[in-house]
Design a protein around this ligand. Structure first.
Ligand code: APR
Length: 311
């Protein structure tokens, strides 16, 4: 069997980290693509220099065009601009929207059978746009947000309880932003619901830290945003799909009636496999959890409409 091939568009902080984690784990041959000349080539070469040390067999190459990406099994899209001072959310939406349109068109033309994994923010809107522009079935277009938010939730739960990180199973649903919905009732510490392990006020603190986890990193870094945990989250989703593991991962997927929502991309638990999104089961949520999820979705629907899409 030939080695799986993964393209990562955007050889910036998140894209390069994802590529390097995949190389270290031997997940797939990786092609890095970026508009910046020399950056994908230079980063790929630097990673290949580490090959004899870490003894990975897969290759990482860099390119400025899509020819090199032909026949990819998965295309990860991290291309985009960060929000700069003076830029409104709508400005960013329009700029990254145009980048997504152009990247997705070219990437899908080169790899018509690929699964698209969108990472560019605002994630839930960009994933919806990628699906619409690509013309692919929704099962082959998804976004990375829930895995990262859930990993942050797990970290803060471990810190608050002193439990081993491996004993924690944490889940966050909803938009990948301020309106995300961590689910303490369905998150466990050694099998026990978090709501039984910590008093309510401590649960609320952990939830708050999770929601502002990304912003905390941004404020410490001063320029740029998180990339180690995001890159690792991408690599985990890619490995689950290529390995056809059928793992349930909180993923940004198209809802088709689940949770009373449709025609919106949102992070919810989804079963991942070789063909992308295998199943989006509907978890039983309390009225409160469900209304938080629906409120989170409403913000995304509004942003999608502002791009002249939806409906
Ligand atoms: N095609 C290919 N690459 C592009 C394009 C394009 N049309 N436009 C921009 N890029 C590249 C930039 O040249 C840059 O190398 O995308 C890369 C983005 O990298 P960074 O600026 O380092 O951003 P990063 O921190 O990696 O975040 C990327 O992921 O988590 C999200 O919010 C984050 O939307 C952002 C994205």
């Amino acid at each position: 069997m030939s080695q799986a091939k993964v393209t990562v568009v955007g050889a910036g902080q998140v894209g390069a980290t994802a590529a390097f984690v995949m190389a270290l784990k031997g997940t797939a041959d990786v092609v890095l693509v970026d508009v910046a000349e020399g950056i994908p080539q230079g980063k790929a070469l630097d990673m290949m220099h580490a090959r004899s040390i870490e003894q990975f067999g897969v290759s990482v190459t860099g390119s400025n065009d899509y020819e090199a990406t032909a026949g990819s099994d998965i295309v990860v899209v991290t291309a985009g601009l960060p929000r700069k001072p003076g830029m409104t959310r709508d400005d960013l939406l329009a700029i990254n929207g145009n980048i997504i349109r152009s990247v997705v068109e070219q990437a899908v033309a080169a790899s018509p059978e690929a699964v698209l994994l969108c990472v560019t923010n605002p994630l839930d809107v960009m994933a919806y746009l990628a699906w619409r522009v690509s013309g692919l079935p929704a099962s082959r277009v998804l976004g990375m947000g829930g895995v990262l938010d859930s990993a942050r939730f797990a970290y803060f739960i471990a810190r608050a309880t002193g439990a081993a990180i491996s004993d924690i199973d944490a889940v966050v649903v909803g938009a990948h932003g301020d309106t995300m919905v961590p689910l303490p009732r369905l998150s466990t510490v050694a099998g026990r619901p978090l709501t039984e392990v910590l008093p309510a006020e401590q649960v609320a603190e952990v939830v708050k830290s999770t929601v502002y986890g990304g912003a905390e990193v941004v404020s410490l870094l001063k320029s740029g945003s998180a990339f180690y945990a995001p890159g690792t989250s991408v690599a985990a989703m890619v490995a689950a799909m290529l390995g056809d593991t059928r793992q349930t991962m909180p993923s940004c997927v198209l809802l088709d009636g689940q949770y009373g929502l449709s025609d919106v991309y949102l992070n919810v638990p989804a079963v991942l496999g070789r063909s992308g999104v295998v199943e989006v089961p509907e978890w039983g949520l309390t009225d409160e959890e469900l209304s938080a999820l629906q409120a989170s979705a409403a913000g995304i629907v509004e942003a999608v409409a502002s791009l002249g899409l939806g409906g």
